[in-house]
Design a protein around this ligand. Structure first.
Ligand code: SF4
Ligand code: SF4
Length: 353
């Protein structure tokens, strides 16, 4: 099948210092690739993969980010940037609109939100919620058919945006309906929930409980049934959710829901090191360098790593007896490594459809 989902962590620089940051972002890694090297990397990957996700750190703080983003939008069918949303300068937007005759239709700006204003600012700092929401309003949104025209209010420029909420211990499930309604209806942005995983500055104290996760899954499904645009990027969820299960059955069968277990995910660190996922970055997971390692070697190593993961028997409860294990294969490879098994799957608290 080959690599379908490359993630590029362009930089470790960030203007915030969130306490739970998986990348421990803040200060520049002295070995970060320069603009020309990132351009080479983008070109190399584009010969084999149709989409790319650019993240950090805060990718928009990279020198020459606007040139790199423009280049990526020319090379790929789909480009996503993951940002804290408080620093996409007008000049970047103007440059993109000049190059593409308007907001590039293949670009999605994914913005991280922690929850309501109080929770968001307790983690990200004072005024960050307002700054991020202002950015969202300024980018404007094509989602739900709102188009940008030359003489429109520049506040509605027509970029596709999405909200990404991390499920941490502090996220109260009962906040979710109001947040989703607000982001969907007022800012025309779909919402995606992503489970917090312990890494970097993100320690166990942020890990959500199984009951909390189960509660959020149920609220997500209810909101979906009511017509709201909300999704959950959590691996077991794809095996439990009836629609997703049907849709991806053949693709997941005996290969798992985690892209790492299928050899379809690739992560590039700021210094160009390749690993299977931005969560799996220890020395033992290094498989090469994006500018030095030939593409077939990268693919072979990711495939070998995936095969090794699939060979591991699902000996732990509750996976061993689970009726969804053929598709799920225990979910996230990162969560299944080491001793992180204690808070994995909330299935015992769910009625699965
Ligand atoms: S019990 Fe294991 S195999 Fe079953 S859905 Fe949960 S993580 Fe997946
Ligand atoms: S290892 Fe975990 S975080 Fe990485 S792709 Fe798989 S499910 Fe996602």
């Amino acid at each position: 099948m080959g690599i379908r989902t490359p993630f590029i962590r362009l930089t470790d620089i960030c203007q915030l210092s969130c306490e739970h940051c998986y990348a421990s972002s803040g200060v520049k890694n002295p070995n970060e690739l320069n603009t020309q090297q990132w351009a080479q990397a983008l070109q190399k990957i584009a010969q084999h993969a149709p989409r790319v996700t650019l993240l950090g750190g805060e990718p928009t703080l990279l020198p020459n980010f606007r040139e790199l983003l423009t280049y990526a939008c020319k090379l790929y069918d789909d480009v996503t940037i993951q940002t804290n949303g408080i620093n996409i300068p007008h000049k970047t937007l103007q440059h993109l609109e000049h190059e593409f005759g308007g907001p590039p239709s293949n670009l999605t700006i994914a913005i991280s939100i922690e929850g309501n204003e109080e929770l968001h600012e307790s983690i990200r700092g004072k005024n960050t919620f307002e700054e991020t929401i202002d950015s969202l309003k300024q980018y404007g949104i094509e989602y739900k058919g709102i188009k940008y025209e030359e003489d429109d209010d520049p506040a509605m420029r027509g970029y596709q945006t999405g909200i990404r909420i991390t499920i941490t211990k502090k996220l109260n499930p009962h906040q979710l309906p109001d947040l989703v309604k607000y982001f969907n209806e007022k800012l025309h942005s779909p919402v995606t929930l992503v489970r917090f995983l312990e890494k970097g500055r993100g320690t166990k104290k942020w890990t959500p409980s199984k009951k909390q996760l189960a509660n959020l899954y149920q609220i997500t499904q209810k909101l979906q049934n009511e017509g709201y645009t909300i999704d959950m990027f959590d691996s077991p969820y794809y095996a439990w959710d009836k629609d997703k299960r049907e849709k991806y059955k053949e693709h997941f069968k005996n290969r798992g829901v985690c892209e790492v277990m299928r050899g379809e995910r690739m992560n590039i660190e700021p210094d160009g090191t390749i690993t299977p996922c931005f969560m799996l970055t220890d020395d033992e997971h290094e498989i090469g360098h994006i500018l030095e390692t030939p593409w077939n070697e990268i693919e072979n190593k990711l495939t070998e790593f995936a095969e090794k993961q699939r060979e591991k028997k699902l000996i732990e409860e509750p996976c061993q007896e689970c009726e969804y294990s053929e598709l799920c294969q225990g979910g996230c490879v990162y969560l299944n490594s080491d001793k992180r098994l204690d808070n994995r799957c909330p299935i015992e608290h769910l009625e699965v459809n």
